[in-house]
Ligand binder design. Structure first.
Ligand code: ADP
Length: 493
């Protein structure tokens, strides 16, 4: 079985958030199960080539007709932790930039990438069992293949799968933009295809992927249900509800146990593992706290550390995160934020907060993407807070488990599938692992944060046993990968 993953991110070579983690670890997990798999990505300027083995050019002349001109592209091949990757490198200035996304021409860049990937598959691979696409960036390949490439010779794709890491980003654009890659927009403009039901000249690339794929995989079972509701369906729920029942199947993400391993993590002051004694784990966490506090200039004192790591986008409930920071300080806890603001308004709010708190050595607010600091935080913190409005899967709470931190989350998407309240008598004892609240509400967040901090101060022994228990929760890919393979097999039989 040959499976081609096409994506905008892959950890550790090109990552912004969870999409990168999942493409990297899912492809590795498939490889371990002896599935013949490879990944195609753009060759960004910022790609971490140190993590790619045997990188070489395998094609010098991938010609693409775009904007009435032939554009040349190189294709590189290499191996990322044993997984074969192909990197598309256009001569054109599409990926030779400082960031992965966030440009006005993102739609043009990824439409171009879709075309390059299909042309490359056509010229070099030819037969594929499963084309596995991820999010809006590559979703257009599904309609593009089924309406155009499948009618030509030389490329034979048996089935198409689309993973939804986030339904909120859809790649909406004017239909005319398809002309840039030499595609007739009329082919797709109908509202039963990519067309917007109310805006006649607009198309939606993610919608195209959803319609033309043979299977859709949201990244958690709860998210698979939520996208069928008006609240979380981002205007697409009426259509999704009409799909055959077995077309959408939520599968919970795993994490890469080699990348996220406190036993071997090089960023830590002291390594530790779930098999160490509680005393050893606590001692190690203490040393990791000391290192983090020194590094971030936080006061060295015996108080809990609460952390938030992630993109500061609307979806992540920045208002609640801001409230959690102020509340934690009032309740004698320290707070560490590592996040990149995703809008001007959010950026303004958090920069102001940082200025207001600049003399407070119980809080550290950091606006950058920093792999090493993020590992240090997981190892040092007592709590990871994720109050998101919606969260397709969420990885920070899962990584938190592995590093001995207790999650404080809102029950939505993958957070609802992974975190179970320690103080809810209805939950079986062996499932309990964190603190949860139901609604996007400052009051509910407040109460939950209070409960968590109180637990740390008043039930320290229970807190310590819970850390060790959480470290043993199994979120490696082994369970989920079998579900992916079952879908692939069903589609190609
Ligand atoms: P999303 O996919 O919405 O961005 P997830 O929780 O699924 O959120 O995944 C976030 C991933 O990105 C985690 O691996 C987290 O550790 C990492 N991450 C997020 N922000 C940063 C940052 N500023 N620096 C380093 N790593 C980050």
């Amino acid at each position: 079985m040959k499976v081609a993953h096409i994506a905008a991110e892959m950890a550790p070579i090109a990552k912004v958030g969870g999409l990168g983690d999942v493409v990297g670890s899912l492809s590795r997990a498939l490889k371990k199960q002896k599935v013949d798999t490879f990944v195609i990505l753009p060759k960004y300027k910022i790609i971490n080539t140190q993590c790619i083995k045997n990188l070489k050019i395998i094609k010098n002349d991938l010609k693409i007709f775009e904007k009435n001109k032939w554009q040349n592209n190189k294709v590189f091949q290499g191996y990322v932790k044993n997984v074969k990757v192909y990197l598309i490198d256009p001569e054109k200035h599409y990926f030779n930039r400082d960031k992965i996304y966030g440009y006005k021409d993102d739609v043009a860049r990824f439409l171009y990438f879709c075309k390059c990937a299909l042309e490359f598959l056509k010229s070099n691979i030819k037969d594929i069992d499963v084309l596995h696409l991820h999010d809006w960036h590559t979703a257009f390949m599904a309609p593009y293949y089924k309406e155009i490439y499948s009618k030509e010779e030389h490329l034979n794709i048996k089935s198409i799968v689309l993973s939804i890491h986030n339904l909120g980003y859809q790649g909406q654009c004017m239909a005319k933009q398809l002309e840039d890659i030499d595609v007739n927009p009329k082919l797709f403009l109908h509202s039963k295809k990519l067309g917007h039901p109310k805006k006649p000249k607009t198309i939606n690339l993610l919608k195209g992927g959803l319609i033309y794929s043979d299977a859709i995989i949201p990244v958690s079972p709860t998210y698979a249900k939520e996208i069928l509701t008006k609240k979380h369906g981002h205007q697409l729920s009426p259509m999704l509800k009409k799909f055959p029942k077995n077309k959408i199947k939520g599968i919970l993400n795993g994490i890469d146990y080699k990348t996220w391993n406190p036993k071997k993590d090089k960023s830590l002051a002291q390594n530790y593992s779930s098999t160490s004694s509680i005393e050893t784990i606590l001692k190690a966490k203490e040393l990791n706290k000391e290192k983090l506090r020194k590094y971030l200039n936080l006061k060295d004192k015996n108080v809990p550390i609460i952390a938030s790591i992630g993109r500061l986008a609307e979806q992540k409930a920045p208002k609640l995160i801001k409230h959690a920071i102020l509340k934690s300080l009032k309740k004698n806890a320290q707070f560490v934020l590592l996040g990149t603001p995703f809008s001007k308004e959010i950026s303004h709010t958090f920069h102001k907060l940082k200025r207001d708190l600049k003399n407070n050595r119980n809080v550290s607010i950091n606006f950058k993407y920093d792999e090493c600091l993020c590992h240090m935080i997981y190892a040092a913190c007592d709590f990871i807070i994720v109050p998101s409005i919606f969260e397709p899967c969420g990885l920070t709470q899962i990584i938190g488990f592995r590093y001995g931190a207790l999650p404080i989350v809102r029950k939505t998407g993958g957070l609802a599938d992974t975190v179970f309240d320690l103080q809810n008598p209805k939950i079986p004892k062996n499932k309990k692992n964190g603190f949860t609240f139901k609604n996007v509400s400052i009051e509910e967040l407040d109460k939950t944060l209070n409960r968590a901090i109180k637990f740390w101060y008043e039930k320290q022994e229970k807190f310590q046993t819970q850390i060790k228990k959480n470290m043993k929760i199994n979120h490696c890919w082994q369970k989920s990968i079998k579900k992916y393979i079952a879908i692939y097999k069903r589609l190609i039989k």
